[in-house]
Each structure stands twice: as structure tokens, then as C-alpha cells.
Design a protein around this ligand. Sequence first.
Ligand code: ADP
Length: 293
Amino acid sequence: MTGIVVLGSTNMDLVAYAARAPKLGETVTGRKFRTVPGGKGANQAVAAARAGGEVAMIGAVGEDEFGERLRHTLEASGVDTDLLRTVEGPSGTAHVVVDDEGSNAIVVVPGANGTVTHLVPGDETVIAAADTLLLQLELPLSAVRAGAGAARRHGVRTVLTPAPAQPLPPDLLASVDLLVPNEHEAATLTGIADAHGAAEALLRQVPEVVITLGAAGSLYAARGGRTLAVSAPAVEAVDTSAAGDTFVGALAVALGEGRPMPDAMRWASAAAALCVQRPGASTSMPYRTEIEA
Ligand code: ADP
């Protein structure tokens, strides 16, 4: 039995560092280039596996070198990739320019992720046997809905990271147990900038919400009025990419082990704080022994 199933995206991030991003029609010379395995789905899968979860990934990579490397990255952290399809055409890519201020401009090309429009035989069996299904919004919405529906039918806890933020159909929200937006996504979804206010609005649609607030920590709210603010450990952040995915992956592991929410959030905060102190995304996610320490 697999404790955590991630139905989500895999992307190779192609990152160019330059003094400034080019304007349309212009070419600038960069100073450095890196390829970084990512995609919110794969990041959450790696984070959960490193935090000690039994994790399986459902999604797709392309028939190219990026696809092989994305699959290998998952497997190297112990993620089961039997249900990760290899499909014709390119893998998902994110073309990123980071300027000297640290601001970035990104073009995402879904590639293989765009072919994941529905569940295939075998997916539902694995979801049914899981404790938790992790979803994000980087796959076609039809697949996210199908995954949430399958989880609901089998009583599997569904955790949705609503990123990139977009209007969510009520039937999808009806199948979500826990929504984990960051503060920007929460504001986009509700039109309310204040996190407490946004949480209250979101509770009309889902039973539990955790809003992540960057260095300010995270806020939990449940129907019935229970709320809880957890502060983030004070650390020197060098790269906050994938902080949210690390938080969600670790949170899912802790909840799956039956830990109460306050405990699980503190554990997830410790994992995310370790992630932001190191450069990189999937490469910077901590292992269980480090989180425990
Ligand atoms: P996202 O990466 O999705 O934008 P956040 O920026 O809200 O999400 O970060 C997710 C979690 O990571 C936070 O709730 C917090 O626990 C942790 N975190 C993020 N930035 C920092 C930081 N500078 N110092 C400590 N923890 C951080």
C-alpha cells in the first residue's frame, strides 16, 4: 500500500541568469544556466518521500532526455514511478530568466503534462489504497477533477494546492478535504487580501484550510471556528523556491502518521525552513532525519 499518491506535473526548469530579462525582439547575454527538475507535482512527491512517506506519482513525462532525468530524480528519492507515463513529444518545461534583482520571468510549456486529461486503468486502484492524494493545478483540470472524484469515492484524504491560482469549479472543491494555498493564491481565489478573512471565505467551500505565509509561517482554519497560527523558524533564506511544495509534502506525511494538525504544521514548517536555507528546488528538500533534528 502506498500512503501518498501525487497526481501532478513534472517539469524541467531551464533557468538562465542575466543582468536583466530581454525585451521583446532583444537578445541579452546571460552569465549562468542550470537545468532543475521540478513541477509542483514532482516537487511534492520528492518532499513527501524524503520526509519518510511511501509515495507514488501519477503523471507523464515526454520521450526525451528531460523525461528520463525527471523520472530518475523521482526514483532517486524513493518515489514509485510505475504510473508515470512516458508519452510521445517533449516533457514539460519551464523557461525561466532570473535577473540580478532576483526577479524572474517564466514561460511554462506543459508538454507531456498536457496529455494527462483523465485517469487510466490502474490509477484509481492505487488512489483507492492510499491514505492521501496530493493535487495541484499544473495538469489539465479534467484530470485533477477525476483524481479528486476517485479519492472521494474511496474515502482518501484529498489535499489541493491551488497553484497556479485559477477559479475552482464547485464540484472539485466539494471533493477536497484540505486546501493549502499561499497567501497570494488565497487572495486571488477569494478577493480578500487578509489571510484570516480569506480563510473564512474558503471554509464555505472546503472543511479545512492551511494558508502558507512565507517567513510569517502558516495559518490553519477549520469549519466550526478552530484556527491556529504557526510561526516559521527564523532562518536565513537563500532560495524560497519549492518552500510551499516542501511544506505540503511533509504535512501529508505527518497527517498520514496520525499526528494532530498543530504538530504536523510545526513539522512541515521545519521541513520548509530547511528547504529555504539551500539553493535549488527539488535538490534542496530535506530528509526525515534532518527534519527530526
Ligand atoms: P510558496 O513557496 O508556495 O510561495 P510560502 O512562501 O508561503 O509558499 O512558503 C511556504 C512555507 O515555507 C511557509 O509557510 C513557511 O513555513 C516556509 N517558509 C517560506 N519562506 C520562509 C522563510 N523565509 N523562513 C522560514 N520559513 C519559510
